[in-house]
Ligand binder design. Structure first.
Ligand SMILES: [Cu+2]
Length: 183
């Protein structure tokens, strides 16, 4: 998943704090970054949006037609190199809930690609910005994600980061979802 989505303000502060300056990315670079998160056949006709600005608005960088929405990576930080993603409508409902700090109300199973992911995240705490003794801080590499409207469907899937198949991220939160490493 993407820790940075949770607070645009906190993310901006983090970027400024770690990098010194916020780097403005061009629209073309943002579209390229977003499209790299999914297979070309999906990204080709996906809607490309930017991450929310300080008012929470997400600019449409390119209209799409296939029901998928891709977001570019946030500017790089020490712990975030790439968090670009492409999601379907149901996964978009999860992201929307995350961004507004509300529990998700999912209408069905949701899917997302993060094929260019390169990031460090807690597997227990969506808000964590750094490692603690017990927050399962780990390197997130290319993966796909699945979210189920009924958390009971996650029973039996490991709740610790694994490179040996799917695991559940943030299992004890309303934002629990399956992380499925692909590389
Ligand atoms: Cu992810």
């Amino acid at each position: 998943m993407l820790r940075a989505v949770l607070s645009t303000t906190a993310t901006a502060a983090l970027v400024l704090g770690l990098a010194g300056t916020a780097v403005a990315q061009s629209k073309a670079a943002n579209i390229a970054s977003a499209m790299a998160a999914a297979p070309a056949s999906v990204a080709k006709n996906a809607t490309i949006k930017d991450w929310p600005d300080k008012n929470g608005n997400m600019a449409v960088l390119r209209e799409g037609s296939n029901g998928w929405t891709c977001l570019p990576s946030h500017p790089k930080t020490r712990i975030l190199t790439n968090d670009a993603m492409c999601m379907d409508g149901n996964f978009g409902d999860l992201i929307g809930a995350l961004m507004s700090n509300k529990p998700p109300a999912l209408k069905g199973v949701g899917y997302s690609y993060m094929l260019s992911a390169d990031d460090w995240e807690s597997n227990t705490d969506p808000m964590a910005q750094k490692e603690t003794a017990d927050n399962q801080w780990h390197h997130v590499r290319p993966h796909v994600m699945v979210v189920y409207p009924d958390k009971a469907m996650l029973a039996g899937i490991p709740t610790r980061p694994s490179t040996n198949g799917p695991y559940v991220m943030w299992s004890s939160t309303p934002y629990a979802h399956v992380m499925w490493p692909v590389k």
